[in-house]
Write a protein of this length. Structure first.
Length: 256
């Protein structure tokens, strides 16, 4: 509940306590008014569907990222991959995927990206729509949808700004292209609007996570982020639409 909701609940409870004492006097408040306040309190104490969905979406994203990281680390124990402090992205830092100044993937980084694509394809079926979407037992009881999985390229401050912007975008494009070449179904996972959730972006040096004044900072800033953006409804009706769409899915998938 929000702070405003909690404050309103406290006010209602105080009023109920006062009215309860007045029910024993000749000047008592009407039973009708008392019953109405009781009903309002009961309604406020119920979980707000919008707040519940948004909280669940945050938790689902966290679980997805931890599962991706842990399964990648099992296959590639030396891989330098962490979850962002905001718990909204997987972060491949330093020379983990691309050599300095390059947008090409060597053999081992290519294998890592291919494995990441297969893991994503396996997980996304539970949190997207489209022909690959399912609601099998492995999906749990979650009711959240993913809006986008964004592959973000980032660089350090070495070199011209425009070159870094092109380089970061090229790295993001290469990452998605390698995933797609290994598993064509990666682009069949759709959001609520029927759009592929996979996307790319390049930020050059514009979003550093450490200072570019040190070698360590530059290594941290040369990175690929795999950011998961959850669908964020703004009304209870939009939450209900998500529930309806997910309830139409079967353990073997049924499309849109």
């Amino acid at each position: 509940m929000t702070d405003l909701t909690i404050s309103f609940l406290l006010i209602i409870m105080i009023m109920l306590a006062f009215f309860a004492t007045q029910l024993r006097t000749e000047d008592s408040v009407s039973r009708e008014k008392y019953d109405r306040l009781v009903a309002e309190l009961a309604q406020l104490q119920q979980a707000n569907p919008l707040e519940a969905y948004l909280s669940e979406a945050i938790e689902q994203r966290r679980e997805i990222l931890f599962e991706l990281r842990d399964r990648l680390k099992l296959e590639f124990p030396d891989l330098e991959v962490v979850i962002s402090p905001e718990q909204d992205a997987l972060r491949f830092q330093g020379e983990g995927l691309f050599a300095s100044g390059s947008s090409q993937l060597e053999r081992r980084p290519r294998e890592i990206v291919e494995a990441m694509g297969r893991l994503l394809d396996d997980i996304l079926v539970c949190f997207t729509l489209g022909v690959r979407a399912v609601r099998g037992p492995d999906c749990g009881s979650g009711q959240a949808l993913i809006e986008a999985v964004q592959i973000e390229g980032h660089t350090d401050s070495d070199g011209p700004d425009l070159n870094n912007l092109h380089l970061s975008t090229a790295r993001a494009n290469t990452t998605l292209e390698v995933m797609w070449n290994d598993d064509r179904s990666i682009l069949q996972h759709l959001n609520l609007r029927g759009q592929p959730v996979m996307s790319v972006s390049g930020y050059g040096e514009m979003r550093p996570i450490m200072s570019n004044e040190t070698v360590e900072g530059k290594a941290a800033n040369r990175r690929i982020d795999l950011r998961i953006i959850m669908y964020a409804p703004s009304t209870i009706e939009e939450v209900r639409e998500v529930t309806r769409r997910l309830e139409r899915l079967t353990p073997t998938g049924d499309g849109l």
